[in-house]
Design a protein around this ligand. Sequence first.
Ligand SMILES: [Zn+2]
Ligand SMILES: [Zn+2]
Length: 274
Amino acid sequence: MAFSDFHVHTTFSDGKGTVDACIAAAREQGLFSLGLSDHSYTAFDLTYCSKSEECEKEYEKTVREAQKKAREEHGFPVYLGIELDYGSPKSKYESYDYTIGSVHYIFCGDEIFPVDSGLGKQQAGIDKYFGGNQLDFAKAYYAQVVAHAEKNRPTFMGHLDLLTKYSSFNEENEDYKKIVHEAIAETVRYVPTFEVSAGPIIRGLKAIPYPNPQFLSVIKECGGKVILSSDAHAPDKIAYHFPALLELIKAAGFTKVSRFEAGKLIELDIDTLS
Ligand SMILES: [Zn+2]
Ligand SMILES: [Zn+2]
């Protein structure tokens, strides 16, 4: 199997496996390469990220050492990545191999509204900041996605429609679809590649990935590209569900998927993966 996975969390943020355990699991699965991508440090919320900036420095050092060891001992490519939140400065991660651009919070004046920290918190935030209006919430969220892409130019965009994590969100609203369509058309101008993430499937929250398959077609229409990702928080979830994700990608009209290699994203024919 020639799959690679570039969205994997370790014990340095909110993952359950060590760096070494993740690399061992990827090698056991026969992956082509692995990227580790713990959450960037967000001082305003330590729930998911490294608990301190020192801990983040330790993450960088540990992955670099593991990268060298995996290359020398097994010829296995490992990359140092970060899941860059919109609230973290990109400049701190210039030396990393790659960045994933993710929006987990909406910044409302001096306050921070986490969009995926539980259904109750999400609804309370929609009520408090957007008068209960789901579409206004969506507009604010996607405005940040576009701003993240424009300002930080991450290597690829993470979980495009994370705000739909809970079943209370109406993804079939036509005005909502228009908001997403416009956001994709703008985002591809800055960052053309979007991850197709098994995250919501792993968590048992949804049967479909981020982005919703109908938006995969929009990404294709807008000239965007895709990369497979698990957003695994445990070693046994690395490359989770990838053959099924690949079928959805093909159904949306893509013939290629991206892979990070030698400092940049390259595109591969899907047929060489399956
Ligand atoms: Zn995330
Ligand atoms: Zn993640």
